[in-house]
Design a protein around this ligand. Structure first.
Ligand SMILES: [Zn+2]
Length: 164
């Protein structure tokens, strides 16, 4: 799932408990795995250096720059959405903590690909176990639309929850 979607869901959860950032972080972190269990679309990564499932030798080339640009845009979009949607619910810091918590499991996948013998192997096994077996990778329009819909539902649900 895109990092933007993970960020929005993580920050939505954290914005519900703004005075408990540790709970917000943990819940946002766990939300990552639940979201990954839904069949979804992921943009393809061109570089074996960046793709955690490849774990290729680190080298700076055109593909790495393209991948890092996509990932940077994805994260930037997620943080911008998170702040725009939830700044009326909670202070800036809990929102950012929740957004980052939602993203971190995928960052840890990259770290794992560099250090496969570390304790991260347990988290990686869990990540793969939770991850949906089917994907929408050959249906990008549907995939993006479903994630946009998921974001809308989460934002509305979060606002309703705060009104209740
Ligand atoms: Zn993931």
């Amino acid at each position: 799932m895109t990092l933007a979607t993970h960020a929005v869901v993580g920050s939505a959860i954290a914005s519900l408990v703004p005075t408990h950032p540790v709970i917000g972080f943990c819940a946002g972190f766990l939300s990552h795995f639940l979201l990954d269990s839904i069949p979804h679309w992921d943009y393809p990564l061109k570089s074996d250096s960046i793709n955690p499932s490849k774990g290729g030798a680190l080298k700076l080339d055109k593909n790495v720059i393209i991948d890092l640009s996509c990932i940077g845009f994805d994260i930037g979009l997620g943080l911008a959405f998170s702040i725009a949607f939830f700044i009326s619910n909670a202070p800036f810091l809990p929102i950012i903590i929740g957004a980052c918590a939602g993203i971190i499991p995928d960052v840890l996948q990259f770290v794992y690909s560099r250090y496969p013998k570390s304790f991260l192997k347990y988290l990686q096994a869990f990540h793969l176990w939770m991850h949906a077996e089917t994907n929408l990778n050959n249906r990008p329009v549907l995939g993006v639309s479903l994630q946009a819909l998921l974001i809308v539902i989460v934002v509305i649900a979060c606002k309703f929850f705060l009104l209740a």
